[in-house]
Design a protein around this ligand. Structure first.
Ligand code: ARG
Ligand code: ZN
Length: 498
């Protein structure tokens, strides 16, 4: 017990003195968006999150999610109020222990006004209590929360957090996570990182996961359902945790034959990209009907549809390559998407070469020659595709061809030094395409502005002379065997769930 020795009036006066800044005029609201031109209202201004603690309970039969989010952050300006990106129904918000008022704004904004203004550099503990039925919430006319017969999945890009936790939803504000979810006994909850504990009480089991490395909000994932969970270790010692819906039917074999190769593929990729950056690796295959995969950090989301034609290790290569290119080194802005998709696709080409199914050069030749000069494919600029074409084939395939052109220009030595050096140079951070261009010039010692301009920024097909390797073929290059598999691997990336 704490005994007050100061009269309440004096206390109030003293705290007023502390709270009201010398120049109250400098205190302003945090911006409703973090400043990404592709998505002006994604993320928020005025604070920087370091940790999300999500304590949740989910009932699959009703799709009811309830929870408390405790967000550790720090103000980056003198702040009078700030936004979180969130759609569920909020019952209480506290900032540093005190109740804050809150209101909804445009689409997915939750506006929080703390009792007193917050000077720049103030540590914040923001507690948000909430509940809701995520599948009933939409913004901009879509929902990315997917119910399954026995649960639900949150995994989408560029937005999926709004349906399950309040956040500063932009890859430039990375944080660590504790995700703890109680589900009815017999059901499992899968999330990122390491499973710290499972705790059964009164008909509910709580699964507590921890991501101890910085993670972008879109890479946080939650899957609830009836899963078989497998654990193993790669030859080089990376712990692997995979989960398969018990309801995959005849497709279960192909899914496992792909995803169980996670450890082998992580080790193989680490020869190109450097040591695996996270404490665990793995993936999960829920019984969804969506048709894409997502590189959710340490626990990749795979749709069973992508294994419908049989095993698909190339897809696993793609998503695991993102653990370095996308997850470890994340985008500064959504315009930088080539840093994710071009590189993950190029990793598939290296795998194809490794499997003897066609070299990276053959695949690049094929991309080049199978799209005529008047094909709209060439109008998409991988280095700045615009929000509508963020996941267009061109970002993936022309994007990977751009890397082959770079390799041809600077030679294998410099090229592979860059592939391995880049994740190290920006470990657990953020970078832009422009940063990559500078880095490639530094490592190779060559001016590359022309090459990047041709391959990433010109809305036209590069001329045959734009890179040595592409001069050979004008007629369609022979289709390497792996091509169908690669097509299947990212087929669907253009089909947004919204
Ligand atoms: N980054 C994902 C991939 O591995 C693409 C996800 C696209 N998003 C979507 N909702 N389809 O290629
Ligand atoms: Zn990808």
């Amino acid at each position: 017990m704490h005994r007050r020795i100061i009269a309440p009036g004096a206390l109030a006066a003293a705290s007023l003195l502390l709270a009201i800044p010398a120049s109250a005029a400098s205190y302003s609201p945090g911006a409703p968006g973090i400043g990404d031109p592709y998505y002006p209202y994604y993320g928020n201004g005025g604070y920087d999150v370091s940790h999300y603690d999500l304590r949740l309970r989910y009932q699959p039969t009703t799709d009811e999610l309830q929870g408390t989010a405790t967000i550790q952050a720090r103000t980056t300006q003198d702040l009078s109020r700030f936004d979180l990106d969130f759609l569920l129904d909020v019952s209480e918000v506290r900032v540093n222990g005190e109740r804050a008022s809150f209101a909804r704004a445009e689409q997915h904004e939750l506006v929080v006004t703390p009792k007193r203004p917050l000077p720049e550099g103030t540590p914040l503990t923001v507690v948000v209590r909430y509940r809701g039925v995520p599948s009933t919430k939409s913004a901009y006319g879509f929902t990315t929360w997917h119910r399954t017969p026995d649960g639900a999945v949150a995994a989408d890009e560029p937005e999926s957090a709004w349906w399950w936790f309040p956040s500063n939803d932009h890859p430039s504000d990375k944080a660590t996570y504790d995700v703890s979810v109680a589900v009815p006994d017999g059901t499992q909850a899968v999330s990122n990182g390491t499973l710290r504990s499972t705790d059964a009480k009164r008909g509910w089991t709580r699964y507590s996961w921890r991501q101890d490395r910085p993670q972008a909000t879109y890479l946080a994932t939650l899957a609830i359902g009836k899963f078989d969970i497998t654990t193993s270790r790669s030859e080089r010692g990376v712990p692997v945790i995979n989960a398969y819906s018990k309801d995959l039917g005849a497709g279960a074999g192909a899914a496992r034959a792909s995803v169980e190769r996670t450890g082998e593929i992580v080790d193989w990729l680490s020869d190109y990209f450097g040591p695996y950056p996270f404490a665990t690796a793995g993936g999960y295959v829920p019984n969804t009907t969506t048709g894409y995969a997502l590189e959710t950090q340490t626990r990749v989301y795979y749709s069973p549809k992508q294994f419908a034609k049989g095993s698909n290790p190339s897809l696993v290569v793609h998503e695991l390559a993102h653990q370095w290119y996308g997850d470890d080194v994340s985008l500064k802005g959504w315009k930088d998407i080539w840093l994710n998709e071009g590189f993950a696709t190029y990793a598939q080409w290296l795998w194809s070469e490794h499997e003897g199914e066609g070299t990276a050069q053959q695949l690049a030749d094929h991309v080049y020659s199978s799209h005529a000069a008047d094909d709209p494919f060439w109008t998409v600029k991988p280095g700045d595709p615009g929000p509508d074409d963020q996941f267009d084939d061109a970002v993936y395939d022309r994007g990977a061809a751009a890397l082959q052109a770079l390799r041809d220009e600077i030679g294998d030595g410099a090229f592979f030094r860059i592939l391995k050096g880049w994740p190290k140079a920006h470990a657990y951070g953020n970078a832009s395409v422009a940063d990559f261009e500078k880095y490639a010039e530094k490592i190779s010692g060559k001016p590359l502005a022309g090459l990047f301009d041709t391959w990433l920024y010109e809305p036209t097909k590069p001329s045959a002379g734009a890179a040595r390797s592409f001069t050979a073929t004008d007629a369609a290059a022979p289709l390497p065997k792996s091509w169908n598999q690669i097509e299947a691997a990212h087929g669907g990336h253009g089909t947004l769930s919204r």
